[in-house]
Design a protein around this ligand. Structure first.
Ligand code: SF4
Length: 197
């Protein structure tokens, strides 16, 4: 039986603030730890406890209200064997997985209803070649839109470019990118507007 590492505030109900599921109430399950090591990481992914899937299910059910979705995020959840956790979460609701895409998902991918990839770096760093959504956030952890000019992204059903909140120069660059690349859309980090996370 695996005991999964949980970060601080590891199981909370909130509202999705970016991408295709924007505005959707979800329970976030935030795993601790991350092997990716982005230079500008501002995520507190320190592990504060280890829980079994049954314990995580119990916590999820206690906070979920009517939320339909469970978002498994991190840190980098793909650092772990996720199958047992995802099978447990599927008994609680629809499952979204948020990953940098820098690690193969293996069989875990088929257990998700929605996979969101937010890369840091270049297309060469991506190990997840297709998913429900890709969300490029330039300036975040070294991501430069110039590196993504010839990346078609057609294996990602929804393709977003999201400027960092309130950065008008970056917003203009993101807008120009989506105008040059058919099928891409301009996103927003609404959680910063709403003040929720
Ligand atoms: S993948 Fe995410 S959590 Fe991990 S170092 Fe990069 S920004 Fe931080």
């Amino acid at each position: 039986m695996i005991r999964y590492p949980l970060a601080r505030n590891g199981i909370v109900q909130t509202v999705q603030g970016e991408g295709t599921l924007l505005g959707t109430p979800m329970v976030f399950v935030r795993l601790g730890g991350c092997s990716i090591g982005c230079s500008q990481c501002d995520t507190d992914y320190r592990t504060v406890e280890h829980l079994t899937v049954a314990e995580i299910q119990s916590r999820v059910r206690s906070v979920r209200g009517d939320a339909e979705w469970i978002a498994v995020t991190g840190g980098e959840p793909a650092d772990y064997d996720l199958c047992e956790l995802l099978e447990g979460m599927r008994l609680c609701g629809r499952v979204m997985l948020a990953t940098s895409g820098h690690k193969h998902l293996g069989g875990a991918g088929s257990l998700c209803d929605f996979i969101s990839v937010s890369p840091h770096g270049t297309p060469d760093d991506l190990k997840v070649s297709g998913a429900t959504q890709i969300n490029l956030v330039p300036l975040l952890n070294g991501l430069r839109l110039d590196d993504w000019e010839i990346f078609s992204g057609t294996k990602f059903q929804h393709r977003w470019v999201t400027p960092i909140f309130s950065n008008l120069v970056e917003t203009a660059e993101c807008r120009a990118f989506v105008e040059r690349h058919r099928g891409w859309r301009l996103g927003v980090q609404a959680q910063n507007v709403w003040g929720v996370w």
